[in-house]
Design a protein around this ligand. Structure first.
Ligand SMILES: *[C@@H]1O[C@H](CO)[C@@H](O)[C@H](O)[C@H]1NC(C)=O
Ligand SMILES: *[C@@H]1O[C@H](CO)[C@@H](O)[C@H](O)[C@H]1NC(C)=O
Ligand SMILES: *[C@@H]1O[C@H](CO)[C@@H](O)[C@H](O)[C@H]1NC(C)=O
Ligand SMILES: *[C@@H]1O[C@H](CO)[C@@H](O)[C@H](O)[C@H]1NC(C)=O
Ligand SMILES: *[C@@H]1O[C@H](CO)[C@@H](O)[C@H](O)[C@H]1NC(C)=O
Ligand SMILES: *[C@@H]1O[C@H](CO)[C@@H](O)[C@H](O)[C@H]1NC(C)=O
Ligand SMILES: *[C@@H]1O[C@H](CO)[C@@H](O)[C@H](O)[C@H]1NC(C)=O
Ligand SMILES: *[C@@H]1O[C@H](CO)[C@@H](O)[C@H](O)[C@H]1NC(C)=O
Ligand SMILES: *[C@@H]1O[C@H](CO)[C@@H](O)[C@H](O)[C@H]1NC(C)=O
Length: 449
């Protein structure tokens, strides 16, 4: 009787826990399907009355963008189409009337970083040749170009010598903060658009954003480069908040890898990439296992921060593909972290809910959308070398774009007409930006809508 019970318990636990063999694609994919089930427990879009493309409170819109980016990679790496329609519907539903990911529900509260993180996901759709939108809906590439155009139009030379602010709208607190993630997203989107389309204008913008991040010391280059969080316009961006988050480091890292690849492995970008990678591998790993060093040990990570290892993992994987010389450094870290993550996925009523801490060989009791997304991305990146690198328009990508995407949209049309007037008046570029900012962001225009 007791023996029998023990066996039953053993079998039961084996079914519940995530059993990961890092050398088997089937095992890796099966693990990620279970983890995605956990993700979808928080998904509103398939529930009666729920909003397509949104996760339940307290998970914000931006995090949905991050999570779908991970699920889209899973669609590609495991070649499983069961969530394809869900992903497709979610991205289209949140793309907004101008397809620039400024949906009206978010338009009062949206930040540049929110739009930017969605941009990385939609760029993934283009690069992974995800099912193209049908009918009158424009392509994923078009949408990313719309995101790029609207974000870059907010470049602000008037304070701190350039950069994007965190917030888009004056009425939101954080409007006076220029954060790294907003600018890192613009940097990476520009790099990816440049690599995908071959249009070097994007690469020039990426270079400019990078240069600004270095000029204001948000990025401090060395063998272990630092990537800090941001600073205020009131302090001319000298009052730097020196916290280091894996997602800031990761999005900068990924941008460097795309630039390295788009420039055919230029020594300039190799040196920058190597330095950022040195920081990435030093600050967010302990015994080769990934952790969110600024908050994890102290147990103070908020919902956003508990998801950062997700996008960080994605960026490490992409980097190892786009800059093959980094794979020997990155791959062992992904493997050790994936094993640790899988061992953390023994929590919850289902017995396979993932935890926050991957260093203890068991579940630590933390759970949520972020924990699931992080485990998903680190584990599926074990497969990153089994599939082709992100496509470009030349080698397999079929997404249709338009360099002028979203330039007709409600926000940018104000900008464009103003650009024309001021150009005629031969006013300098700095003044144009100031005028645009005051018209666009001053509130008066927006009160009309
Ligand atoms: C594809 O994913 C679904 C949902 O996660 C899963 O139930 C199914 O078994 C997977 N298909 C294969 C062939 O593994
Ligand atoms: C916008 O919010 C409303 C009310 O919550 C919801 O019904 C609608 O589906 C949302 N639309 C999008 C695109 O999120
Ligand atoms: C503000 O910061 C920018 C960028 O670092 C610098 O070029 C500019 O001179 C600074 N302005 C003032 C008034 O200190
Ligand atoms: C990279 O190499 C390709 C093929 O040799 C060439 O067409 C392209 O101009 C190069 N790009 C750069 C930025 O050097
Ligand atoms: C760019 O990425 C491709 C795909 O992984 C790779 O084959 C190529 O070597 C990379 N370019 C450089 C210069 O490393
Ligand atoms: C790093 O790992 C060691 C054990 O391997 C542990 O004792 C230590 O607390 C960890 N440090 C952090 C900051 O998590
Ligand atoms: C991309 O998708 C298109 C349309 O579904 C398909 O015809 C094409 O073969 C795909 N390309 C690759 C490289 O998979
Ligand atoms: C390249 O991109 C820039 C920036 O969006 C755009 O102005 C230009 O028209 C594009 N060039 C081509 C040939 O598409
Ligand atoms: C912008 O509007 C003009 C005039 O209505 C139209 O010809 C053009 O196709 C539009 N461009 C985009 C990218 O929607």
């Amino acid at each position: 009787m007791w023996v029998c019970l023990a066996i039953v318990t053993l079998i039961f636990q084996n079914v519940l826990a995530i059993d990961l063999d890092v050398t088997s694609k089937d095992s890796i994919c099966d693990a990620t399907y279970l983890i995605q089930d956990g993700i979808l427990d928080y998904y509103e879009g398939t529930r009666y009355g729920g909003t397509v493309g949104m996760f339940q409170s307290p998970y914000y819109w931006w995090e949905a963008g991050e999570v779908f980016g991970g699920m889209l990679e899973n669609w590609y790496l495991c070649g499983n189409t069961s969530h394809e329609t869900l992903l497709y519907d979610a991205m289209i539903a949140q793309s907004g009337t101008d397809y620039d990911f400024m949906p009206s529900n978010q338009s009062m509260v949206e930040g540049n970083d929110d739009q930017g993180v969605w941009g990385l996901t939609v760029m993934g759709a283009a690069e992974r040749n995800f099912t193209n939108p049908d009918g009158n809906v424009p392509g994923w590439l078009y949408m990313v170009q719309g995101i790029f155009n609207t974000m870059y139009a907010r470049w602000d030379d008037q304070h701190c010598g350039g950069g994007l602010r965190w917030q888009i709208f004056t009425w939101n607190s954080g409007y006076n903060y220029k954060n790294t993630i907003s600018n890192a997203c613009l940097f990476q989107i520009a790099a990816r658009l440049g690599r995908y389309t071959g249009n070097t204008t994007y690469l020039e913008v990426a270079e400019k954003v990078w240069q600004w991040l270095v000029d204001v010391d948000y990025i401090v280059l060395s063998d272990k480069a630092n990537v800090y969080d941001g600073a205020t316009t009131d302090g001319n961006c000298t009052d730097i908040t020196k916290i280091e988050w894996s997602y800031n480091q990761g999005v900068v890292l990924g941008g460097c890898a795309y630039m390295y690849n788009a420039t055919n492995g230029s020594s300039t970008w190799e040196s920058r990439l190597t330095q950022i990678l040195g920081g990435s591998t030093s600050f967010f790993f302990n015994d080769s296992i990934m952790y969110e060093s600024a908050c994890q040990a102290s147990g103070t990570c908020n919902n956003d921060q508990r998801s950062f290892k997700s996008i960080f993992s994605r960026m490490l994987g992409l980097t190892s593909v786009l800059a093959p010389y980094t794979a020997e450094i990155i791959d062992p870290l992904i493997e050790a972290s994936a094993k640790g993550a899988a061992l953390s996925c023994t929590g919850g009523y289902d017995g396979h809910t993932c935890g926050l801490n991957w260093q203890i060989g068991k579940n630590d009791g933390w759970y949520g959308l972020g924990e699931q997304a992080c485990a998903l991305e680190v584990i599926q990146n074990l497969l990153i070398h089994d599939m082709p690198a992100p496509y470009t328009a030349d080698n397999g990508g079929t997404s249709v774009g338009d360099a002028n995407a979203a330039l007709n949209s409600t926000t940018t049309s104000v900008l464009q007409s103003d650009l024309d007037i001021t150009k005629k008046d031969r006013v300098g570029a700095a003044i144009i930006t100031a005028v645009i900012l005051s018209i666009l962001l001053g509130g008066s225009v927006w009160m009309i809508f």
